[in-house]
Design a protein around this ligand. Structure first.
Ligand SMILES: *[C@@H]1O[C@H](CO)[C@@H](O)[C@H](O)[C@H]1NC(C)=O
Ligand SMILES: *[C@@H]1O[C@H](CO)[C@@H](O)[C@H](O)[C@H]1NC(C)=O
Ligand SMILES: *[C@@H]1O[C@H](CO)[C@@H](O)[C@H](O)[C@H]1NC(C)=O
Ligand SMILES: *[C@@H]1O[C@H](CO)[C@@H](O)[C@H](O)[C@H]1NC(C)=O
Length: 401
């Protein structure tokens, strides 16, 4: 009816054009309808030509995207997402929630109404590695952000954690040694004067630490894009479990071997990202000195630990106070001072629990690990405080306790 009325007022040629436009729009809608089969859905969301259709009309407003990635551990997602939503200045960024599909209960995020955001709940189960690449490709190729801050499902974050990472991104944009910026994954607060260094950041080997919350520039993504695509190609039509099965693992290792990546690394997408950045010359990361999240994920895709061993390793606390931003990188003088504090606190700990001073080797191990970014203060403390019988080989090998 409507078409007829229109056509009555239009010339034949125009009507023909109009019909073609309608057909074309109709055709586009068909193409953009996301497929129901898992592998087809994966292909659909990993193709930058079609993946924008999961954005439901979302428009970019900021140059930095903050993405919360999650799946189905509702008991962890609730407090984690709540903490993200309580972040200071969240509205200055664009906020994306990407929730994997499958057995995940949908979320009902109470996003402040001044915040530009989109909630993507995938129709099918992508799995961790695929979702991770999807998010980067969406942010950098489809939406064109300059930088991306990623928060994983199972961390409760400090209200200033996002701001902290944003400052760290800004300070490292032209620093071609730095591949990414991250919140430290371990709690070393016992060995550091946090009254003085809570806003400090530290330049460490890019391979040190998990990517539970991190930031990365578009330029770094572009530098490693081909590596990420190759890895994604291997796991594309596999489920996550098969990462640890022989055929998929063997293909990932063969790729690592060909590229000269060490063969004993984790086969995860994060391992691949970190070592790809290193291959392209980004040897370092900026890491915070204080920990700005509490990890919750004692049960998950990577850790099948009991609660006790997870928290025994990573601790349960984060930095409690406010931080004076902007952050500053530790200077040589800072490091000399930090080494001194670390020695003094180790001494105190040894005296209290073992009734003796640590030997020189234990002191040096602790200091060089702290400054090198591979100290785990929670583990070191428990090495000293537990009975000799219960000390693990790590206590001796890493900390000389
Ligand atoms: C996306 O579209 C462009 C232009 O039509 C095409 O050249 C490119 O191959 C497409 N990319 C993919 C991954 O299909
Ligand atoms: C979450 O997904 C995993 C893997 O698909 C499944 O084994 C588990 O039962 C799911 N958990 C919940 C709470 O749905
Ligand atoms: C946004 O939220 C505030 C406080 O919750 C409320 O006062 C305001 O009316 C809301 N604005 C819009 C446009 O919904
Ligand atoms: C954090 O550091 C600032 C100095 O940079 C200090 O004034 C403040 O007291 C510290 N906060 C805490 C809780 O340690």
């Amino acid at each position: 009816m409507c078409t007829w009325k229109l056509s009555a007022r239009l010339s034949g040629v125009k009507v023909c054009g109009l019909i073609l436009v309608i057909l074309a729009l109709h055709g586009t809608a068909d193409v953009m309808e996301s497929p129901n089969n898992r592998n087809a859905y994966v292909d659909f969301v990993l193709n930058p030509n079609s993946s924008a259709s999961v954005l439901q009309g979302f428009k970019k407003r900021s140059t930095t995207a903050v993405v919360y990635i999650c799946f189905n551990r509702t008991a962890l997602i609730e407090p984690a997402l709540e903490s993200v939503l309580r972040s200071e200045d969240l509205h200055k960024f664009d906020f994306i929630i990407s929730q994997d599909g499958g057995s995940a209960a949908p979320l009902n995020p109470k996003v402040p109404n001044n915040t530009n955001y989109v909630y993507i709940h995938h129709k099918e189960n992508l799995n961790t590695g695929i979702q991770d690449f999807f998010v980067k490709q969406l942010a950098f190729e489809v939406l064109g952000y300059e930088s991306l801050i990623v928060i994983e499902e199972d961390v409760v974050i400090h209200p200033q954690a996002i701001q902290m990472l944003k400052f760290m991104l800004d300070m490292s944009i032209d620093d071609l040694e730095i591949g990414l910026v991250s919140i430290i994954d371990v709690d070393n607060s016992f060995f550091i004067d946090m009254g003085r260094y809570n806003s400090s950041v530290h330049r460490v080997a890019i391979t040190e630490g998990h990517l539970w919350m991190y930031g990365i520039h578009a330029t770094r993504y572009r530098a490693v894009r081909e590596h990420l695509l190759e890895y994604t190609g291997i796991i594309r039509h596999e489920d996550f479990e098969s990462l640890h099965k022989d055929t998929v693992a063997a293909r990932i290792r063969a790729m690592h071997k060909r590229k000269g990546i060490p063969l004993n690394i984790a086969l995860s997408q994060d391992g691949n990202l970190i070592f790809s950045l290193r291959l392209e010359g980004f040897d370092r990361r900026l890491n915070t000195v204080a920990r700005f999240y509490r990890p919750l994920g004692y049960w998950g895709v990577h850790f099948r630990d009991d609660k006790e061993s997870f928290f025994g390793r990573f601790g349960t606390e984060m930095f409690g106070g406010r931080v004076q931003l902007p952050p500053k990188e530790t200077t040589c003088e800072d490091m000399v001072d930090m080494a001194e504090t670390c020695r003094a606190r180790l001494d105190e700990l040894f005296m209290r629990h073992l009734g003796r001073h640590p030997d020189e080797k234990a002191r040096n191990f602790a200091v060089s690990r702290l400054l090198g970014g591979n100290m785990n203060g929670v583990v070191l403390t428990s090495c000293v405080t537990r009975t000799a019988k219960r000390r693990t080989p790590e206590c001796r090998e890493m900390y000389w306790v």
